[in-house]
Design a protein around this ligand. Structure first.
Ligand code: SF4
Ligand code: SF4
Ligand code: FES
Length: 232
């Protein structure tokens, strides 16, 4: 496979042509924080946590393909501050109260807060009034804990082929919806496969009957399914 040489934080690294900056970094053992990215799903650049500097401009590592001679910066004070601010905005936007969440201790948002040293939120919380839909026999969606990563939308469309999840409205009103806005329990396209439960990075989509901190997920199943599909 043809290789491309780029610089990451001043060091020359090689990666396959066509890779993203995120893949190039990972190939070379360099971590870039991500939230909406999930191996096996197409990237959409929704969360902005993977922000890096590319040839002097800010861009998302998960959606930018490498070019010969590209200069990428990942570990700068400015970028650390930007990632922390993005995370704080996510926490302030909805009602992420970890202490009584079924995903407490198994949540990618919480893990990122620890990793990025987010010990406080410096913007006012919005405390929106958001609904919870428990009409599906096995699953629940709690919009209070959604970060709009659209992993559920992508896995349902691209892997399961059901196209149950969609995105409605804009700005602060933006929501994931099932079958153009019916309750999940009435969404005829849903096969109840549970893939959206497994990929949701927070406690937004969970199994029914879980107590606080009980819900563990397996988002890696998407990459495993993709590998099996490729192997035929
Ligand atoms: S359970 Fe499966 S089919 Fe139903 S919404 Fe989730 S991913 Fe789509
Ligand atoms: S419900 Fe979960 S997977 Fe879907 S957009 Fe919200 S946080 Fe992401
Ligand atoms: S991981 Fe790149 S924008 Fe979310």
């Amino acid at each position: 496979m043809e290789q491309v040489v780029i610089q990451i934080d001043g060091n020359e690294v090689r990666t396959a042509r066509g890779n993203t900056v995120l893949e190039a970094a990972r190939d070379n053992g360099i971590r870039i924080p991500t939230l909406c990215h999930l191996d096996g799903l197409p990237d959409i650049g929704a969360c902005r946590l993977c922000m890096v500097e590319i040839d002097g401009r800010f861009g998302t590592a998960c959606t930018t393909r490498v070019r010969d001679g590209m200069k990428v910066r990942i570990n700068t004070d400015e970028l650390h501050e930007m990632r922390r601010t993005v995370l704080e905005l996510l926490f302030a936007e909805r009602n992420h109260v970890c202490s009584f969440c079924v995903s407490n201790g198994h949540c990618e948002l919480q893990d990122l807060a620890c990793e990025l040293g987010m010990d406080s939120v410096r913007v006012p919380y919005r405390y929106p009034t958001l609904s919870l839909d428990a009409t599906h026999p096995r699953f629940i969606i709690d919009h209070n804990r959604c970060v709009m990563c659209a992993r559920c939308v992508r896995v349902c469309a691209e892997v399961e082929g059901a196209h149950t999840w969609g995105i409605a409205f804009r700005g602060t009103q933006v929501r994931v919806i099932t079958d153009l806005g019916v309750d999940w329990g009435n969404a005829e396209t849903c096969t109840s496969c549970g893939k959206c439960v497994q990929v949701c990075p927070t406690g937004a989509i969970v199994l029914k009957g879980q107590a606080t901190a009980e819900m563990e997920k397996h988002p890696e199943l998407v990459a495993e399914l993709e590998e099996r599909r490729r192997a035929g």
